[in-house]
Every structure is written in structure tokens, then in C-alpha cells.
Write a protein of this length. Structure first.
Length: 215
């Protein structure tokens, strides 16, 4: 088994130490950092995402795999910066104001990273204007909002209304998710995409941003 396949395997098992060592070894052997990123780390994370979607693995497995991916990324990132590796896109993400749940959001962050996005995580209890201000500041492509309480879902609408007021609605792809959120709510508030789980969110995000940039 080649070093890249091995890296992907260890990542899926959540073996951070092994992943770190293999990333370092691959760099020492002058492998292309992009190949290490895409075929070693990200492909392993995408496999985990697919398994998670199919209920073959669960949250704990995803969390340890993500930890292993981040361990590898920590070593790889300086090299990627050196060669000017462009991320797929940038996403600003957070749980809406009044809501303190973050497990779902954290899974989405990991899956988006696994799909090659640069992430700005605003955390929990994020007021509508903060999403927009941060997206403007970092030049984001996507605004992702998560809610776990039905009482906080209207904050998603508030954010979209504020985007319209500021003349920025068409500038951003707005994605929403969380247990009480569904497709009809997404349509009702005028968001662009609703996805039922973290892995689907990453797939959709990658597809729409890539298409928009090619546009």
C-alpha cells in the first residue's frame, strides 16, 4: 500500500499520530502537497462523510477522523501556503442567535474542511449581522446557518432580510440546516440550500461554489 492510501486509511481510523508521521514522510519524499491534501487527507475524510451519511459510522468516529485530518493539515498547511494552493472557497458558519448547540455545526465545519473549504467558524449564539459583517470582511462565498431550536429558526430569516437590505443577497450562497429545519422552511425564508446532514452540506457547497466560479 502506498503512503497516500495508508494516510487515508489511518485518517479514517482516527489515528492522528500516524497521519502526522505519514504527512511528514510524504513531504520529506518531495511529494506534491496538493496530492497529499486531496488524495490523502480529503479523500479519507470524504469516505468517512459518506459512511456517516449511510449510518455506517457515527459522530464519535467522525470526530476522531477529523482530529486526525487536522493533525495532518497542521503540518501540511505551511507548504500549501508556500505553493499558493487555493481553497475551493470560503464559508462563514455559525449557530444562530439564541441557540447554543454546536455538535451539528462542528460536524459541518469538519466536512467543509474535508471538501477543501477555508472556514471561519463564528461559534454559537451568532446574531444575523455578524454573519454578514464577517462574510464581507473575509470575502466569503457561503454563509452557513445552523439552528437546533424551533424558536431560533426565525434568526435565519432575519439574516436573509438584512442581506437584502444591504444589497448583498445575490453575493452569497446561503445554506441552512439543523434538526428542525427542512426544505420548505428553506424556501419560505428565501435561503439557497437546505441539507439534511453535514456530508451532504459539503457536497452541495463544493458543487455550487465550483459552478459559480466557473460561471
Amino acid at each position: 500500500m502506498g503512503i497516500i492510501e495508508e494516510m487515508s486509511e489511518y485518517l479514517q481510523k482516527g489515528r492522528a499520530k500516524n497521519v502526522k508521521a505519514l504527512v511528514q514522510q510524504a513531504l520529506d519524499e518531495n511529494m506534491d502537497p496538493k496530492v497529499i491534501l486531496n488524495d490523502g487527507l480529503l479523500s479519507g475524510m470524504m469516505i468517512i462523510g459518506e459512511k456517516f451519511k449511510n449510518n455506517e459510522v457515527f459522530v464519535p468516529e467522525v470526530l476522531v477522523a477529523a482530529r486526525a485530518m487536522n493533525a495532518g493539515l497542521a503540518i501540511l498547511e505551511p507548504k500549501l501556503v508556500e505553493i499558493g494552493n487555493e481553497p475551493v472557497g470560503k464559508a462563514v458558519i455559525g449557530t444562530v442567535q439564541g441557540d447554543l448547540h454546536d455538535i451539528g455545526k462542528n460536524l459541518v465545519v469538519m466536512m467543509l474542511k474535508g471538501a477543501g473549504f477555508e472556514i471561519v467558524d463564528l461559534g454559537v449564539d451568532v446574531d444575523p449581522a455578524s454573519y454578514i459583517d464577517k462574510a464581507e470582511e473575509v470575502g466569503a462565498d457561503i454563509i452557513c446557518m445552523s439552528a437546533l431550536l424551533t424558536t431560533t429558526m426565525p434568526k435565519m430569516q432575519d439574516c436573509i432580510d438584512q442581506l437584502k437590505e444591504r444589497g448583498l443577497r445575490d453575493k452569497y450562497i446561503v445554506m441552512v440546516g439543523g434538526a428542525p429545519v427542512n426544505e420548505s422552511f428553506c424556501e419560505q425564508i428565501g435561503a439557497d440550500y437546505y441539507t439534511p446532514d453535514a456530508a451532504t452540506c459539503a457536497e452541495v457547497a463544493k458543487k455550487v461554489v465550483t459552478e459559480r466560479k466557473a460561471g
